[in-house]
Design a protein around this ligand. Structure first.
Ligand code: ASP
Ligand code: MG
Length: 408
């Protein structure tokens, strides 16, 4: 007997037929005595369709109303899936995020879960029902509906699994598991049986789209074993957990991630004084814009001015430029330059600590392919390079080949 949280993403519940299949699959896998919570996303492209409706009305949707709208997508799915279970003779009950006790802060469209009170979900389980919970949404202390950012249903599932001390949180998706690179771009990518939270977090942060980074973070904090697996086949998938439990072939690098959703911003000719970075980046922080790679370089040591280059995600670019522009007179810099035709390519692996030469290997692969590196940044377990957007596929392949060649 186990307590299992299962999350099905939008593509798994895209049509009524698929919703019925999900219900069947859940019942087929369920052992007698298992307690099952199913978290679902909005059907198919529903969230995108809702966003498209907004565009026809306004370019300045109030964020509160945005959440009011986007939260409806998941609510459709929970009702239909609960009905599909009933149709199969299985008692089930649907819950909105609020009803499932998902409490968040007030940061509309990117809210963070502050606490989970799964009392009503537990009650339903103890009545022998399957609980069907709307992903991606929560409620503030004031009773306002919030959403958790794109892909947020993963986060709902992991948060619930943590709060309920579930044995496992299964994330069903349209890929077989976590790969060493995006298999649509790097055909040689290999599926990993296991990956650690920190590696997965870094890969998700650097663009591997399989899981929302926040979900992995919550998994680590709550010690939730996350099993990423396919809705459409039975293969076993990838376990995300604290440490490795099996002996897989050891690769120092676990994955190559890429992210085309980045834009480069250069603030040129900034007077080199204490507090300049603070001024720019605190403005960005106040506006809740995530700044990623940051490089400061000397432009002219005689004039004592520098250039500050950083990246943001593409959708944040116009807000960023407006915010930085407001500082021009106050700070006296020369100008702002943007480049949207960039992509970030990264290698990730906990094993790179204490393994010199990883950076050189990565740069060597790019050099050999004649791909120019714009900005470089590193963390303890990753190295990232900003490169021209149109070279990103090639870059992913040549780097992957360098690090994973021995296996072939
Ligand atoms: N429906 C939301 C989205 O498309 C949440 C999710 O799918 O996890 O981003
Ligand atoms: Mg979705």
């Amino acid at each position: 007997m186990a307590l299992i949280v299962k999350k099905f993403g939008g593509s798994s519940v895209a049509t009524p037929e698929k919703i019925k299949q999900v219900a069947k699959r859940v019942l087929r896998d369920k052992q007698a005595g298992d307690q099952v919570v199913v978290v679902v996303s909005a059907m198919g492209d529903t969230t995108d369709d809702l966003l498209a409706l907004v565009e026809q009305i306004t370019t300045a949707m109030p964020l509160r109303e945005m959440d009011m709208l986007l939260a409806t997508g998941e609510q459709v799915t929970i009702a239909l899936l609960a009905a599909a279970f009933a149709e199969l003779g299985q008692a089930a009950q649907s819950f909105t995020g609020a009803q499932a006790g998902i409490c968040t802060n007030k940061n509309h469209t990117k809210a963070r879960i502050l606490s989970v009170d799964p009392t009503r979900v537990r009650d339903a389980l103890s009545e022998g029902k399957i609980a069907v919970v709307a992903g991606f949404q929560g409620i503030t202390a004031e009773g306002e509906i919030t959403t958790l950012g794109r892909g947020g249903s993963d986060t709902t599932a992991v948060a619930l699994a943590g709060a309920m001390k579930a044995d496992v949180c299964e994330i069903f998706t349209d890929v077989k598991g976590i790969y060493s690179a995006d298999p649509r771009i790097v055909p040689e990518a290999r599926m990993m049986k296991e990956v650690t939270y920190s590696e997965m977090l870094e890969m998700a942060r650097l663009g591997a789209g399989v899981m929302q980074p926040r979900a992995v973070e919550l998994g680590e904090r709550g010690d939730v074993v996350i099993h990423v697996r396919s809705t459409f086949c039975e293969e076993c998938g990838t376990m995300i957990r604290r440490d490795y439990t099996m002996q897989e072939k050891e690769f120092i690098i676990r994955g190559v991630a890429h992210d085309a959703n980045v834009a480069k911003v250069a603030v040129l000719g900034v007077p080199d004084q204490p507090g300049i970075a603070y001024k720019i980046f605190s403005r960005m922080a106040d506006a809740n814009i995530d700044v990623d790679m940051i490089v400061q370089s000397v432009r002219s040591s005689e004039q004592n001015i520098i250039d500050l280059v950083f990246t943001v995600s593409k959708p944040e670019l116009s807000r960023t430029v407006a915010l930085v522009g407001q500082l021009k007179d106050e700070m006296g810099f020369l100008g702002v330059q943007v480049d949207e035709n960039v992509a970030k390519i990264s290698v990730v692996g906990a094993g790179m600590l204490g393994n010199p030469g990883i950076a050189a290997t990565m740069f060597g692969a790019l050099a050999e392919a004649g791909i120019n590196i714009g900005v470089i940044s590193t963390s303890e377990i990753s190295i990232s390079c900003l490169i021209p957007a149109d070279r990103v596929k090639e870059a992913a392949n040549v780097i992957h080949k360098r690090f994973f060649a021995e296996e072939k």
